[in-house]
Design a protein around this ligand. Sequence first.
Ligand SMILES: [Zn+2]
Length: 201
Amino acid sequence: MQQSLQVCLLESFTNNEAKRVLALYVKHVKNCIENNSPETVRYKIPYDLTLSLTFSETEDTNVRGVYNDGLNEIKITTVIGSDFSKRQLNDLFRIAQTSIVHELEHKAQRGTFGDRLAKDRAALSPKLQSTNANPTYFFKPTEIEAFVFSLHKRAQKEKRSFSDVLNEFIVSLEKSKKIDSLNAKRLLNKMIAYAKLRYKT
Ligand SMILES: [Zn+2]
């Protein structure tokens, strides 16, 4: 009962916010690309939302999200690599949406789970906090929630099965060597167990 109430709160909050943030994101990226000018924009809605875009000759196109609970701020950073073409815009928006949903879940965790984020953070050294490359990061309860939630949303949106999207995610972590195959299996099992609890599937 407790669990499902929390889940309802998280989902309605995130669904509404995700639409608003994605609309701002799309507008921002299109502006930057059309004017060929990197830009950072800030909104107070009422939390702080920072969207920043840069062009890079050396990096591949990527989107990164951060939720800073101390500042009540969501930051979405986009790098556009030199190989990027406008035909890839929809793929970029798709990746950004998953990232936006993930960070909004962290924001919702702050409100509904109280100090859950703070506890996660305290358990990690300052060095680990700043990197996503350590497997410990993926096993944090708040990360499992946020990844499962954003991947579940992606599956719904793309009309694919959740297990397909989840497997794709785990394989990408393994491929990019963010996690070894033993931890990949462990993480997959943990995510499936959490998804069963959350979505009763
Ligand atoms: Zn996260």
